[in-house]
Ligand binder design. Structure first.
Ligand SMILES: Cc1cc2nc3c(=O)[nH]c(=O)nc-3n(C[C@H](O)[C@H](O)[C@H](O)COP(=O)(O)OP(=O)(O)OC[C@H]3O[C@@H](n4cnc5c(N)ncnc54)[C@H](O)[C@@H]3O)c2cc1C
Length: 261
């Protein structure tokens, strides 16, 4: 199938992209890597009268220390020296042809519950920078509202993601049958200013199980932490056991890293 007809716009600044969104309101969609949007448009599950291509906006690809432009490709993130957990997660996010095009901003804006990058952004306490009639910054945890639903207005562009400094140890465990989205997964971060556990693929948004984080902080065993982590999930959640295993393995890996420096 082919997409429904649309007008194509290629702004060269974030400001111009925001102005186009304001002009066309709910009738417009932003295009980044197109790895999620193009198949949806081609199958007409998404129809949009206006397509605003962000690929000619240079400032959206700019990285400044821990502030990463939304249009940065996952393939580039894989070698990001400053945020190793982000680099590791980007390398897991689908086949290389997808990672060559898909962007950090697209991965967060698409808000797929089975995607690892939103979970990693939550685990690292990242914030999104949104440009609309004003510029605002939100913790990723508050930005993600549900499957393919975010706190971004229809007239906003996600311009960058800011990651706070950390020297914490980390581990990510993803369970999938082939290169692609997770059946279940867990991110564990330990050290620095505390610890965080984030489950993905098993709830509408990445989940932080508070009891499990407390258990990790007091030194409970990987199995105890994993039991506490999946206790927050709906008891009928499929793949609960996969998530439990992912947490236990990630906790064991993180502890090992902490022990051996
Ligand atoms: C075969 C295959 C395997 C995959 N495997 C994985 C995987 O293992 N893990 C994983 O996480 N993902 C996976 N993906 C998903 C892929 O990585 C997503 O398509 C990608 O994360 C979305 O980024 P994008 O730049 O392509 O966004 P697009 O497809 O261009 O856009 C996605 C959505 O985000 C919006 N958007 C994009 N950029 C912005 C912005 N800057 N501001 C506001 N809104 C914006 C768009 O309007 C659209 O609604 C896979 C995809 C394919 C096709």
């Amino acid at each position: 199938m082919k997409p429904a007809p649309f007008a194509y716009h290629a702004p060269t600044s974030t400001e111009a992209a925001v102005a186009l969104l304001a002009e066309h309101g709910g009738q417009a969609r932003l295009l980044a890597g197109g790895q999620a949007l193009m198949p949806l448009m081609a199958s007409r599950r998404v129809r949009s009268r206006h397509l605003i291509d962000l690929n000619r906006v240079p400032e959206l690809s700019r990285t400044d220390g821990r502030r990463i432009g939304a249009l940065t490709r996952l393939r580039e993130l894989e070698s990001h020296p400053v945020i190793p957990l982000l680099a590791q997660a980007a390398a897991l996010a689908g086949p290389v042809q997808v990672r060559n095009r898909a962007t950090l901003g697209g991965a967060l804006a698409h808000a797929d519950p089975a995607a690892e990058l939103p979970a990693v952004a939550v685990a690292l306490g990242a914030r999104v920078e949104l440009h609309g009639s004003a510029v605002r910054s939100l913790p990723v945890e508050d930005f993600l509202l549900g499957p393919h639903r975010t706190a971004m207005d229809a007239t906003e562009v996600l311009a960058a993601v800011e990651f706070p400094p950390t020297d914490a140890a980390f581990a990510i465990e993803k369970v999938s049958t082939r290169p692609g989205l997770a059946l279940a997964g867990a991110v564990v971060v330990l050290g620095g200013d505390g610890c965080r556990i984030v489950l993905f693929g098993v709830a509408p948004t990445p989940v932080r199980p508070a009891e499990a984080e407390a258990a990790l902080a007091r030194g409970a065993s990987p199995d105890e932490v994993a039991d506490a982590a999946v206790a927050v999930l709906d008891p009928h959640t499929p793949r609960r056991l996969l998530a439990r295993g992912a947490v236990a393995r990630a906790v064991a890996t993180v502890r090992d890293k902490v022990r051996h420096g």
